[in-house]
Every structure is written in structure tokens, then in C-alpha cells.
Design a protein around this ligand. Structure first.
Ligand code: NAP
Length: 250
């Protein structure tokens, strides 16, 4: 039997790794999704949906399945799962790898304010007297922005916010990336947006808004990534496969 590798997924990288391992001669993928969206796409290979019950629950699950290695491919802003994985793997002496897409970095012509949390983002919008703002965040992150009563918000979200925070002026746009530069330009110009608030997710699916913001001279309030445990980290699936070969030699 091929040694089983747990992929903590829910991301483009998690799906890509599961696909790469599904037909791999040496390793078998077992993906785990948190179950946040109502009808998630299932990765190739075996999978499960839902929390494990903290680090202890995860350790018990790993021991019971006889998992041989864990790859944390969760989203850069899904920080709790990474800490749970580090605790459980240390406890069991299991190898753990972090698969994470690189952060976006500001370049010439960008007008970014980088902040540590949403409260700082709200202060930043107030200071820069933003008037028409695109919120490209998770629907669970919206509430602090409702305090800005004089600002008009365009809220872009995959699923409707529930409950909807008490915004005075807002439009909801249900959409799932990737978004092209043409689409982003049409949206930002069409709605008269002057500022964008987003988190530093990285990756190419949603970076077109940043290119267009640079072009149009719009301000970007960018939330930095949260701290993560010290873990070996790679940026792509090919490097994760090399790590597996070296970590679990045949
Ligand atoms: P989180 O804060 O790190 O995790 C919260 C709890 O959700 C964890 O303690 C765990 O519950 C459960 N969980 C998270 N990821 C899981 C997984 N892959 N499999 C099983 N249980 C998981 O994460 P989050 O921000 O709520 O995000 C949840 C999931 O959505 C992640 O898997 C992430 O990759 C995906 N996602 C998140 C974002 C984002 O911006 N946060 C964006 C895109 C996709 P237990 O303690 O009970 O095990």
C-alpha cells in the first residue's frame, strides 16, 4: 500500500497536489476540507470534510489512519489549522510541510498601505478619506467596515454575507475568481472605486485588481499574512513532491 499523505486543503495548491498524487506510484493523497462553502469541489483521491476537533482531534485522526506525512496547503489566512497541524505532527513525530503561494509585493507605482488587522484597515480608510471602496475579503471579515458610515462599499464575495453587517451604503457583488484585468478595470472604473481593501493572499487568480489599481492610481489597503509556525515551506507542487521523495524514501 502507498504511504498516505494528509493534504490540508481548500486551496488551488491543495487541489493541484491531490491531482499530482492521485496517480503517483509511491504516495497516496488524503485531502481534508474545512467545509466552509456549501458545495465544495472534491479533490482527486480520498477526502473528508469538516474540522478534526483541534490539535488533539487531528493527532488522534492521524494516528488512527497511520498517516505518514502532512502537507499544510491551507490558505495563507487560515492560520489556526497550521498551528494545529504543527502541534499534532510534533506530538506524533510526523513530517510536516507547508505549501504556500508567495505573498504579493508592492512595486513601483503601487500605492499600498500594509496593515496587520481589519481595525487598522478601517483607520487607514478614514485617514485617506476614502469614499468608494471595493472590499475584496472573506464575508466573515466585513463587520468592522460598517463603522464607516460615510463610505460607499462594493462588497465582492463568493457567497452572500450572513448576517449582513449594518452598512449604510453598500452593494453586494457575488463572484468567484479568477478575474481578468479587463473585468477588474471595467468594475473599478464603472463603480468609481478609489480604494481597494484586500488581504495578501498571493497567487494569480485575484492579482489583476492590483495591476489595474496601479494603472489607475488607486489606493490599496493590504492586510499582511498572520504569523505561522516554523515549518519547512515550499511554493509549488513540484517542490512538495521533491520534499516527499526525500522525507519518505522508498
Ligand atoms: P482556520 O482559521 O485555520 O481554521 C479554523 C478551523 O477550521 C480549524 O481549527 C479546523 O477545525 C477547521 N479547518 C480549517 N481548515 C481545515 C481543513 N483543511 N480540514 C479540516 N478542518 C479544517 O481556517 P479558516 O480561515 O476558517 O479557513 C477554513 C478553510 O478555508 C481552510 O482550509 C482554508 O484553506 C480555506 N480558505 C480560507 C481562506 C481564508 O481567507 N481564511 C480563503 C480561501 C480558502 P478543528 O480545529 O475542529 O480541526
Amino acid at each position: 500500500m502507498r504511504p498516505e499523505v494528509l493534504i490540508l486543503g481548500g486551496t488551488t495548491e491543495g487541489y493541484a497536489l491531490a491531482t499530482a498524487l492521485a496517480d503517483h506510484p509511491r504516495f497516496a493523497p488524503y485531502s481534508s476540507l474545512a467545509g466552509r462553502t456549501s458545495s465544495p469541489r472534491l479533490p482527486r483521491g480520498d477526502s473528508r470534510i469538516g474540522g478534526f476537533g483541534g490539535a488533539e482531534g487531528l493527532a488522534a485522526w492521524l494516528a488512527q489512519r497511520g498517516t505518514r506525512a502532512v502537507i499544510d496547503a491551507t490558505h495563507p489566512f487560515a492560520s489556526r489549522m497550521g498551528w494545529n497541524a504543527a502541534t499534532a505532527c510534533t506530538q506524533l513525530g510526523l513530517p510536516l510541510l507547508r505549501l504556500e503561494r508567495p505573498s504579493w509585493c508592492p512595486g513601483p507605482g503601487d500605492c499600498w498601505n500594509q496593515v496587520a488587522d481589519w481595525e487598522a484597515a478601517v483607520r487607514c480608510l478614514a485617514q485617506q478619506r476614502a469614499q468608494r471602496v471595493l472590499l475584496a475579503l472573506g464575508r466573515q471579515d466585513l463587520a468592522p467596515f460598517a463603522a464607516l458610515k460615510a463610505v460607499w462599499f462594493l462588497i465582492r464575495s463568493v457567497e452572500p454575507p450572513e448576517p449582513m453587517p449594518p452598512f449604510t451604503q453598500a452593494e453586494i457583488l457575488l463572484a468567484r475568481g479568477p478575474f481578468s484585468a479587463e473585468e477588474e478595470r471595467a468594475l473599478l472604473v464603472g463603480r468609481g472605486i478609489d480604494s481597494i481593501v484586500c488581504k495578501n493572499s498571493g497567487g494569480s487568480a485575484t492579482d489583476a485588481k492590483l495591476t489595474v489599481a496601479r494603472e489607475l492610481g488607486l489606493r490599496v489597503v493590504m492586510r499582511r499574512r498572520p504569523p505561522r509556525p516554523e515549518t519547512p515551506t515550499v511554493a509549488d507542487v513540484a517542490a512538495a513532491l521533491v520534499w516527499l521523495e526525500q522525507t519518505l524514501p522508498g
